[in-house]
Design a binder for this molecule. Structure first.
Ligand SMILES: C[S@@+](CC[C@H](N)C(=O)[O-])C[C@H]1O[C@@H](n2cnc3c(N)ncnc32)[C@H](O)[C@@H]1O
Ligand code: SF4
Ligand code: SF4
Length: 343
């Protein structure tokens, strides 16, 4: 019998690889300004997701607001879907707050990348960027919009994490462990792990209750998927960033056909068979399994070639495993780290 996805928790779309910045840590550095999804394709993706009652749209890039139809896309989603959880991941510097002011506050949230203190932020993003972005964050907040922070954290900026945590303006804070991938001049950052950085990562996991033990899985396919700016579709956003498990490409095919072909292929079986984290047998006797929630399935797949296996990144945080491999390598994989460092 033909399998069909009837509902979607979350769809993420990276609409363009265009960006106005050159952040020192950015893993997308070598794609910059090369790819963009056509507006018609974006509408096709949203219509597909909406027909499956998609609960959450995450719109990102590159820099989302550099897509010339970015605001039209938002208008389309507001007018043609009932979704009230629309997130825009942005550096915010090019956002037109006048245009945004017309949007319904309760349906959209802005996830803004900030990196700690003004000095730590500007070191990544360029002199004066923090001030500009802090001004726009204030504007959005005063207009009544929810603003959250995404903080990519590494050896260089973890000591100023408190400046983000203590800022009451943020609705939520997402912390991304950074791989010192070498893009855009990051070669001067040492690829090593201090015990303090390891402690901060441990503390993040202990305090991030979304990671804690639950039967609920993340929005991994078939609960969701992520579309890259070149039209490739991946089972989730991390798989997209890893370039792992591409489902197909929508540039020259309708998304309905691409998703349907994958859904009915043997390759998709492992995703459909995964129902709960307790299926990761090798973690069942680990005392940390309630805190790390058995880690990330896609990282497990990347490193162990097995979806239902332990995640080496969280194993390094909580156990004595992988002591000799840097966090960055465990997060991104040696191949990606080497490839980016070689540019
Ligand atoms: C690629 S950006 C795209 C959206 C937007 N341009 C922005 O910066 O928010 C999405 C997020 O990825 C993060 N990021 C970029 N390179 C990273 C890396 N090497 N490790 C971890 N996070 C990274 C950025 O800091 C940002 O929060
Ligand atoms: S992190 Fe975001 S703002 Fe910075 S270069 Fe990458 S895409 Fe652009
Ligand atoms: S620390 Fe590693 S082995 Fe232990 S539960 Fe987490 S992923 Fe599994």
């Amino acid at each position: 019998m033909e399998k069909r996805i009837m509902s979607l928790e979350m769809v993420e779309i990276c609409v363009t690889s265009r960006c106005n910045l050159e952040c020192s840590h950015c893993y997308q550095h070598h794609d910059k300004n090369h790819h963009e999804l056509a507006y018609e394709k974006l509408i096709e993706i949203v219509s597909f997701a909406s027909s499956r009652n998609c609960q959450e749209y995450v719109l990102s890039g590159g820099e989302f607001f550099l897509h010339e139809r970015a605001y039209d896309l938002l208008d389309y989603i507001f007018e043609n879907t009932t979704c009230d959880d629309i997130k825009v991941v942005t550096n915010l510097s090019m956002a037109d707050t006048d245009r945004i002011s017309a949007y319904p506050r309760e349906r959209i949230e802005f996830l803004v990348s900030v990196y700690g203190s003004p000095e730590a932020h500007d070191k990544r993003r360029g002199q004066g960027h923090y001030e500009k972005v802090a001004g726009k964050i204030n504007e959005l907040s005063q207009l009544g919009f929810r603003v959250s922070a995404i903080c990519a954290l590494d050896e260089e900026n973890f000591t100023s994490l408190n400046e983000v945590l203590e800022n009451p303006i943020f609705n939520e804070i997402t912390i991304l462990p950074v791989a010192p991938v070498g893009a855009a001049g990051m070669k001067d950052i040492p690829i090593k792990d201090s015990s303090e950085y390891a402690d901060v990562l441990k503390c993040v996991y202990h305090n991030c209750h979304v990671y804690h033990d639950s039967e609920a899985r993340c929005s991994l396919f078939p609960n969701g998927f992520s579309v890259k700016y070149n039209g490739d579709i991946f089972p989730c956003n991390l798989a997209r960033d890893y370039g792992l498990g591409c489902i197909g490409n929508v540039s020259h095919k309708h998304i309905d056909d691409v998703i349907s072909a994958f859904t009915n292929s043997d390759e998709s079986n492992m995703y459909f068979e995964y129902k709960a984290n307790s299926q990761v047998d090798e973690c069942n006797n680990c005392p940390e399994n309630k805190v790390c929630n058995r880690g990330c399935r896609i990282r497990a797949l990347k490193f162990n070639n097995k979806l239902l296996s332990s995640d080496p990144f969280v194993c390094k945080i909580f156990t004595t495993q992988h002591e000799d491999i840097p966090f960055g390598t465990l997060y991104w994989g040696e191949a990606i780290v080497n490839e980016l460092a070689a540019h």
